[in-house]
Design a protein around this ligand. Structure first.
Ligand code: PRT
Length: 283
């Protein structure tokens, strides 16, 4: 039985539940629960506060967890990162008021910086040999400069709109983060079979999210040109059509390349181009 910790409520909750369900785990959504049994896999879900999860994994109370890399770095725990999950992407950045000048990190020498990430910030300042006062604040960090509490802030940024609304400029990205699957070192050994099975399922789901399935019709004389455009997992599958001298090509392409590839395929004569999502890719 593996114990998997996820955030009880907050930014990571929906994506974590969705991912576990796409891995075939039949679970309740955790509303009003602290733990729930998975009905069709030897696992139990623990619904916990994001900031507490790294310690629970380190202590072995949870075997696996889905949390942001930023929290793990901040808590300085000894746990294993097994897989990056591609959601909850953000960065921990230093920002200063729009009306102050900023050229480099050394401008913060002797200044006050408000943050909920004191350990990560301290490490960055030490690495850059900057001596600044770190003020720990547990929420609404972005208002600290405007109320005279700090000269700069160090906080998570995703769209940048919170900084913009508070007249702050992002100057230094000190850590890039996304959600990841972490594991307790002993559990990875003792519960190897179940852990490996879940990691295998998760990587198949995560890989599928990065790709699209493409199929189209192409005159046979253009098959080589079309194949050269497709950087799929392997070479494309070619199926002859009933219509003479035409074939259907099937392949897998990266999400980010989709529109470029469509444009190029049209130029070599592709017709009836279909693009679809996939739920799993097993390699
Ligand atoms: O209470 P608990 O301990 O469970 O949760 P929490 O308060 O620590 O977490 P929560 O739900 O706020 O965030 C959980 C995780 O989501 C974080 O640890 C990050 O890994 C990730 N994440 C991704 C973010 C953001 N993006 C994010 N933008 N966490 C917080 N923010 C905040 C940021 O602090 C700032 O206030 O959003 C604001 C900035 O957003 P933009 O879009 O305006 O730039």
């Amino acid at each position: 039985m593996i114990k998997i910790a996820i955030q009880k409520s907050g930014r990571l909750f929906d994506e974590s539940i969705k991912l576990l369900k796409e891995c075939g785990l039949s679970i309740d959504n955790g509303k009003g629960q602290l733990k729930a049994q998975v009905r069709n896999f030897p696992a139990e879900i623990l619904y916990l506060r994001n900031s507490d999860i790294p310690f629970y994994v380190e202590q072995g109370i949870a075997d696996l967890a889905i949390i942001g890399q930023n929290v793990v770095a901040e808590k300085e725990v000894q746990i294993e990162e097994l897989l990056t999950l591609g959601f909850s992407k953000c960065r921990l950045s230093i920002a200063t008021p729009r009306n102050t000048s900023y050229h480099s990190i050394t401008d913060l020498q002797g200044k006050r910086i408000a943050t909920s990430y004191p350990a990560t910030l301290k490490q960055y300042l030490e690495k850059n040999k900057v001596d600044a006062a770190i003020h720990l604040i547990n929420g609404s960090v972005e208002i600290a400069p405007s109320i005279g509490l700090a000269d700069a802030i160090c906080d998570l940024v995703s769209s940048g709109s919170t900084l913009f609304k508070n007249n702050l400029i992002e100057n230094e990205v000190i850590f890039k983060s996304q959600a990841a699957l972490y594991g307790n070192k002993d559990a990875l050994d003792k519960k190897k079979t179940d852990v490996e099975q879940l990691v295998f399922r998760m990587s198949s789901v995560i890989r599928a999210r990065q790709y699209k399935y493409i199929l189209f019709n192409i005159p046979n004389k253009s098959i080589d040109a079309a194949s050269a455009i497709l950087p799929g997992l392997k070479s494309p599958t070619i199926v002859p059509l009933i219509e003479d001298d035409w074939s259907s090509l099937h392949s897998v392409i990266k999400n980010d390349d989709t529109w470029d590839i469509i444009d190029q395929l049209k130029q070599v004569g592709a017709q009836g181009i279909l693009i679809s999502d996939m739920s799993k890719i097993v390699v």
